[in-house]
Design a protein around this ligand. Structure first.
Ligand SMILES: Cc1cc2nc3c(=O)[nH]c(=O)nc-3n(C[C@H](O)[C@H](O)[C@H](O)COP(=O)(O)O)c2cc1C
Length: 191
């Protein structure tokens, strides 16, 4: 079993990266393979609305010059996915939004390629807006028939400067619980 994670922050080693790694460590301790993609440090084009993904139906995007198709391949070969984003003006980063639109449409047009994958969202904020970020990412999962595991609170961390997330003990507990519940669910589904 494998889970792929996407760091939607342009800060490669920031708080979102650290939060994702807390979840991935939990998954690894349960024997689940993991891989992390640095989505936010790439230039990602928005959806063209060309609808060629509907014509080809291959689950990939006609824009082949950025990280989206490579990410989609990794997701299709995995059992689960996690998308993490810092909160930017109460929303996901532009890279995550572009990824949601293109990945979401291509996967649906390709015959619902995300159907029943176990999927979780993670959001980091200095103060506010992170719950909305989780909702925005969850929209991708819900409209693609994913199965969303829960933790004991929204999957949010509170941090501003790089590394501050490590002081958020409640956040760390939420992420560890999420990783543990995700592993439990994956094992049940693949039993
Ligand atoms: C452009 C920009 C917009 C931001 N908007 C918000 C916001 O709306 N609410 C908030 O609480 N924090 C906001 N922040 C703070 C970040 O969410 C916070 O620093 C977070 O820890 C960054 O995560 P990272 O280290 O993974 O990049 C913003 C930061 C930037 C750069």
């Amino acid at each position: 079993m494998k889970v792929v994670a996407f760091n939607g922050s342009p800060r490669k080693d920031g708080n979102t990266f650290m939060a994702l790694n807390i979840i991935l460590d939990e998954l690894k301790s349960e024997g689940i393979q993991t891989e992390l993609f640095q989505l936010g440090s790439h230039q990602i084009r928005g959806c063209n609305a060309c609808f060629l993904c509907k014509k080809t139906g291959d689950g990939f995007c006609v824009i082949d010059s950025d990280i989206v198709n490579k990410s989609l391949s990794a997701i299709y070969e995995s059992d689960g996915l996690i998308i993490g984003s810092p909160t930017y003006f109460g929303s996901v980063t532009p890279q995550v939004k572009a990824f949601i639109d293109r990945a979401g449409y291509c996967a649906r047009a390709g015959g619902n390629k995300l159907k029943r994958k176990v999927a979780a969202s993670v959001a980091i904020a200095r103060r506010a807006g992170s719950v909305n970020v989780c909702h925005e990412i969850n929209n991708l999962f819900l409209l693609n028939q994913c199965i969303i595991p829960a933790s004991k609170y929204w999957n949010i961390g509170v941090a501003r400067e790089k590394g501050e997330i490590l002081n958020d003990s409640e956040g760390i507990d939420i992420f560890k619980t999420l990783g543990s519940n995700m592993a439990w669910l994956l094992k049940k589904l693949n039993a």
